[in-house]
Ligand binder design. Structure first.
Ligand code: NAD
Length: 496
């Protein structure tokens, strides 16, 4: 029996009126488990008007009361991680430990947001002019929206909502229609934490919901995470409608392995970062650039590790890698392997060749060697368990390759040479760099974001950039003079 997933408006489940729905599947079995509503104009208007009304009261709520809600939310999320992880695994397919991992990384953002009284402190200059004091404050924007991808149904919403709410905004989440239940679980936790109704809203839907948010004059800012073509569209449409927009896009993360690297350590890292979550992470490693004689040793070491990986239902604690999100996506990834082979890449391990359950959206792991920059497996984001190895003669050639790529999300270097690593972080064109760290997702008190086609907008997500994004500055110049000194002066105000 399939369940019915609706919106969350005004602090409760809120059935929509559009009559449109989308099926939700368990990727491990291929069975439809639910249908999710897709918002129409009336649902969008209802969500926005509820959020708008709530925003007015929430921004007046004291920092200490807001912080109390955030601490409570953090405690609830921590305590109920296993429940939420099971929900994620059932709709996304990733293994339970990985689902718990994404919640833990999301939780960091709630912890960061608990420090909001400190984060929102402004400056104060006493006696800037005679009898005049000047101070700066940061105020919330009003109603802000977050549009999120399927691959992190809890972590990415938490990147956004914890800071947005802490800063005094009302937040409308439009989650991926492929795995919409985690958003409702978060909504329930916010309510239990004491957040007033309407401050956190879930609007289920597709392009229609997104366009409704992007064009509404009542939405002040939009945070987006997803693929590059949609990120570009969100940025262009949102800014054309006068909104502040941060839109994070796709990736093709390179891992440069220098000849002096510890090859076993590099191979362990490459396997973990390429095939974890079946390669459906924006920070997955999808290209290993093997420099000089590191090539043969690295390919051999990676290939030796692959037969031992345990692929299966994410709900089975023995599984290390689950299925892909959908049948269509699984077939698209498999087709990339075909394209790579036809273009002349060496298929060291072929994930199409597997005895995994056929009803689920499983694909084995693939290792392609001697990939060249003109191949589609190199240029495109595949978003699946496929690792490409590109051979480079020198360090300089490897860096040039990374810097020429369209995307610039994450990048890693494996080496024992501190000087080479330092030069690499200096000249590489990517927003997040790992030195002997394969997935350098910044901790919550830094900010997350790529360069080039991986980010549209000026601010990165969460951390200090998140606080900046969800607030606007105001400077107050005030005088409490002795009335006896008052006079008329038509000149331009000067500091005296
Ligand atoms: P997607 O771009 O298909 O969807 C993202 C969101 O946009 C969803 O909520 C979806 O409903 C909505 N959407 C889809 N098509 C739309 C359209 N035509 N108009 C308006 N809205 C639309 O991405 P996805 O497949 O859910 O997620 C995978 C992608 O996200 C990958 O490209 C991955 O690299 C990227 N991603 C990036 C980061 C990052 O931090 N840079 C993090 C996670 C995922």
């Amino acid at each position: 029996m399939t369940s019915h997933i609706s919106h969350w408006i005004d602090g409760r489940l809120s059935p929509g009126t559009s009559g449109r729905t989308s099926p939700v599947f368990n990727p491990a079995t291929g069975v439809q488990t639910a249908e999710v509503e897709l918002a129409g104009a009336a649902d969008i208007a209802k969500a926005i008007s509820s959020a708008k009304a709530a925003a007015a009261g929430w921004r007046r709520t004291s920092l200490s009361k807001r912080t109390a809600v955030l601490f409570k939310f953090r405690e609830l999320l921590h305590a109920r991680t296993p429940e939420l992880a099971a929900i994620i695994t059932a709709e996304h397919g990733k293994v339970l430990s990985d689902a718990a991992g994404e919640i833990a990384r999301g939780l960091e953002n709630a912890e960061f947001a608990c420090g909001v009284p400190q984060l929102l402190k402004g400056g104060f200059s006493e006696q800037a002019a005679s009898g005049v004091d000047v101070y700066s404050i940061r105020q919330p924007l009003g109603v802000v929206a977050g549009i999120t991808p399927f691959n992190f149904p809890a972590m990415v919403p938490l990147w956004m909502c914890a800071n947005a709410i802490a800063c005094g905004n009302a937040f409308i989440l439009k989650p991926s229609e492929k795995d919409p239940s985690a958003a409702l679980f978060l909504a329930q936790l916010w309510k239990e934490a004491g957040l007033p109704d309407g401050v956190f809203t879930v609007l289920q839907g597709d392009k229609e919901a997104v366009d409704g948010l992007l064009t509404s004059p009542d939405i002040a800012a939009v945070s987006f995470v997803g693929s590059t073509p949609i990120a570009r569209y969100i940025y262009e449409t949102g800014t054309a409608h006068g909104k502040r927009v941060q839109a994070l896009g796709g990736a093709k993360n390179h891992m440069v392995v220098l000849p002096d690297a510890d090859i076993d350590m590099a191979a362990d890292a490459a396997v973990s970062a390429a095939y974890g979550a079946a390669g459906e992470r924006c920070m997955s490693i999808s290209v290993a650039v093997a420099v000089g004689d590191a090539g043969d040793k690295l390919v051999e070491a990676i290939a030796a590790r692959l037969p031992k990986l345990r692929i299966g239902d994410g709900a089975d604690p023995n599984s290390e890698m689950g299925p892909l999100i959908s049948r269509v996506h699984r077939d698209k990834v498999a087709d990339y392997i075909r394209q790579g082979a036809e273009a002349g890449a060496t298929v060291v391990v072929d994930g199409r060749d597997n005895d995994l359950p056929k009803d689920g959206y499983f694909l084995g792991v693939t290792l392609l060697d001697h990939v060249t920059p003109d191949m589609s497996v190199y240029t495109d984001e595949i978003f699946g368990p496929v690792l490409c190895v590109v051979r480079a003669e020198t360090y300089a050639e490897a860096v040039e390759l990374v810097n020429k790529h369209e995307f610039g999300n994450g990048v890693a270097i494996y080496t024992r040479d501190g000087g080479a690593a330092r030069e690499f972080q200096f000249e590489v064109e990517a927003g997040m760099v790992g030195v002997n760290v394969p997935i350098p997702v910044p901790v919550a008190y830094y900010s997350f974001g790529g360069w080039k086609a991986s980010l549209f907008g000026d601010t990165h997500m969460y951390g200090p950039d998140g606080i900046h994004f969800y607030t606007r500055g105001k400077v107050v110049t005030s005088r409490w003079p002795d009335p006896a000194t008052s006079s008329i002066d038509l000149g331009f105000p000067q500091t005296r």
